[in-house]
Write a protein that binds this ligand. Sequence first.
Ligand code: NAD
Length: 302
Amino acid sequence: MTAKLIKGSEIREQILAEIKEEVQKIKKSHGKVPGLVTILVGQNPASISYVTLKVKTAEECGFKEVQDNQPETISEADLLALIDKYNRDDSIHGILVQLPLPKHINEKKVLNAIDPDKDVDGFHPVNVGRLMIGGSEVKFPPCTPAGIQELIVRAGVETKGAEVVVVGRSNIVGKPIAMMMVQKGVGANSTVTIVHTATKDLAYHCKRADILIVAAGVPGLVKPEWIKPGACVIDVGVNRVGEKISEKTGKKVAILRGDVDFDEAVKVAGYITPVPGGVGPMTITMLMKNALKSLKFTLGIA
Ligand code: NAD
């Protein structure tokens, strides 16, 4: 068997096209577009490139995009005041604070200062609680897990009653995706197991999975013999395992590898996400979806 590839890079384009169309419709009917502010503190090169991609995507979607760059020396009080300003600004529907923040600033305090109704990353404890309750309580599902669920749904994989095994229990991927898959509803209603570093027999659990979601950050952790034939394998891992010269640009680029031994797993699985080009492109896409949703909530049309 050769698994069907679930290409996040293609699904991303479909979703962005849907978002653009909806933004134009709302602009016509209500005269408003989603407003998204990205606060970047300092000059961390990885943060700059991530923020640049967010800004570009938001502009592509027809959003009002504000990039607010602050110096590394900004005080915690000034950063909190800035967040308060955007919390009160009716033209802003989503507030993003790019992490990491400088050491003199308490990240948790800053993230918790964002109005939960503008927390499009879905990391505020209020939104984590809403996710746990499920159903119509959920406002902003966290973006990477939301992207994973979208990939599974758009690939046409049955989730109702499926055995889902999630490898990893982080707050940004493992725990929220497990919580989402266990809820009643479309793209969920699964029987979920979370495995982690203290799990006794990882292989045993993985082998039972109809849908195996791997977010461990360990290159090649999941072996092909751990995969149930025909299973859907979602590889969230993005691990830099070296560098190469890009044929396109002639510049040095990272060699990326997932948490699954892709070359062998593709012969056993029914569906699989590649790395790169699988889950990766979905995170910013779902962020845009959350920002649009936020505007729709304020207009009472969500
Ligand atoms: P994390 O380090 O916060 O969590 C990893 C989890 O995996 C931990 O809960 C740990 O218990 C578990 N784990 C680690 N090694 C294990 C092992 N040998 N056996 C069993 N469990 C093990 O990482 P994270 O933030 O959840 O990210 C996981 C991976 O996903 C990373 O490679 C990260 O780069 C990638 N990631 C990708 C995206 C994206 O594509 N958009 C977004 C977030 C994370």
